[in-house]
Design a protein around this ligand. Sequence first.
Ligand code: FES
Length: 223
Amino acid sequence: MSIALAIVGVSVLGTWGIATISLIAGGIILMVAPADIETTSSGTAVGIFLLITGLISGGLMQVIAMPLMGIDPPIPMKAKNIVPHDRMKGWANAGSLRSFPDGVAKEVRLRSERVAIVRQGEEVYAMGALCPHARLPLGSFPGAPIKPEEIRDGCVMCPFHGARFEVSSGKAVRQPFSSEFNSNHPFLGQFQSKLFFWNKGAEDIQTYPVRIENDEVMVGLPR
Ligand code: FES
């Protein structure tokens, strides 16, 4: 994608997103704010209308506009679809060991798979690049102000809503919107937990077998 196209896309999505959030916030304010007794019912009706319009607008943005830009819709991924390692027999070269930053997830595309490579010193792990909660990238978006989080206690944390996954097993060890995350992230946590009222869980994430050959990181993929 060219830079100009990316700027246009981000501008459109940004404007659309702000309009959507404004509609939802305006609707909620009209519904809950105290009003004159004679205008309360009409204010509530307008509030409901704005809220529904905002939710529809947000839904259309996420299932139509964002996929057109290569961003997956925020539909949760199920652990039942995880492929076991013994079926990962197609090995692909992800790059040289030192090309991966120490302690931070970096996304690579291997064939059609989006894979996050996590290096901790000489240890390397590979896992799905998209968080099972809402399919946002664990390594964030290139150039985005939201940066990938450092690996802590053997776990990667999704920078968007704070779910944590063990890098060796893919096990979800903390769910999105924990009270700790929300108190440190008023917008991504506290505010977005309201928008994600329909989806607050994260199941385990896919992992991939890894081996190092001549300092190159080889990742096993489903054939
Ligand atoms: S997308 Fe990762 S916790 Fe929400």
